[in-house]
Ligand binder design. Structure first.
Ligand code: R5P
Length: 295
């Protein structure tokens, strides 16, 4: 495929996996910080009419400006259309003004990215109050779903699974995965009391007393508190060694240790590079990139 595929720093492995599937080369930017903190960026090599930048968007603030510079530079060097491949799309959780005066950052971020790109491909963005990404993004967005891949992983690694969704928002993922596996599931009630403080409750704890392998399924593992409280609850309810399965391994500082201390096995998709990655999304992404380029 004739495509300039640019990998922003930290995205080389995903870009290489995509390049193999799509028969193109990976372009790597030269980037460094000037002493004053500004970004130096240089792209070397021929740029084709169609270009895409691979940049997963965890820790987005530091990534954003270099990403905009890279998109602009691809256009300066000859690209007619520039797409963004962001396996994890950040700033989706502040989707309303919870308190007077708060920034609705999901909307501002969407406007900013829509100005720099012609299309975007992403995996399971956190759609809660927005029904679709197009409510805030003015460019075409291919929203891919990792659910079938999670189901495949569970089928291969968990004997007689029972799935747990840690909060009402997770019902969309957990119910889809449970349906694929024909497995029972329950959804917990979660109350978030702060950035790193959550409480969870279960209404039907008998579902966890059946000797089945408990698998907690969530979209994002950030502070890890949601998973941690769900693990503790599952253990109390009679499921001794639950597996934590998340799509996006954000892993804020300090997230991993308390979960490991509970003896929980953590498995994630590779939308964000992390040692817990065990589920590859390159196949999904490659197909959507081809379709976006062709559109
Ligand atoms: C929230 O609704 C999401 O689906 C996740 O449950 C949440 O982002 C996890 O965050 P944390 O790891 O900080 O508890």
């Amino acid at each position: 495929m004739t495509l300039t595929l640019l990998a922003m720093p930290g995205n080389e492995a995903q870009a290489n996996a995509l390049a193999i599937r799509m028969g193109c080369a990976v372009m790597l930017p030269q980037m460094r910080r000037f002493p004053d903190g500004e970004t130096y960026l240089r792209l070397e090599g021929a740029v084709t009419q169609n270009a895409a930048i691979v940049c997963t968007l965890d820790r987005p603030d530091a990534k954003f400006l270099p990403l905009v510079f890279a998109a602009d530079t691809l256009r300066d060097l000859g690209a007619g259309r520039v797409g963004l491949v962001a396996p994890y799309l950040s700033y989706m959780r502040q989707d309303t003004r919870f308190q007077a005066g708060e920034a609705v950052t999901s909307r501002s971020f969407a406007h900013a990215l829509s100005r720099s790109f012609d299309w975007m491909v992403t995996v399971d963005p956190h759609l809660h109050r927005y029904r679709s990404a197009s409510e805030i993004y003015s460019i075409p967005v291919s929203v891919l779903h990792a659910g079938p891949l999670l189901a495949q992983w569970i089928a291969a690694h968990a004997n007689a699974p029972v799935l747990i969704g840690p909060d009402s928002e997770s019902v969309q993922w957990v119910s889809a995965v449970a349906a694929k596996l024909n497995a029972p599931f329950t959804v917990l009630e979660k109350v978030r009391k702060g950035d790193r403080e959550v409480e969870v409750r279960i209404k039907d704890s008998q579902i966890l007393e059946t000797g089945r392998q408990a698998v907690i399924v969530d979209d994002i593992l950030s502070s890890g508190r949601t998973m941690l409280e769900a693990v503790k609850l599952a253990k109390r309810a009679g499921a001794p060694s639950p597996i934590c399965l998340a799509i996006h391994a954000v892993f804020a500082e300090g997230a991993e240790q308390p979960l490991s201390a509970q003896g929980a096995r953590i498995v994630t998709a590779d939308t964000i590079a992390h040692p817990t990655n065990a589920i590859a999304v390159a196949g999904l992404l490659a197909e959507a990139i081809r379709a976006s380029v062709a559109a």
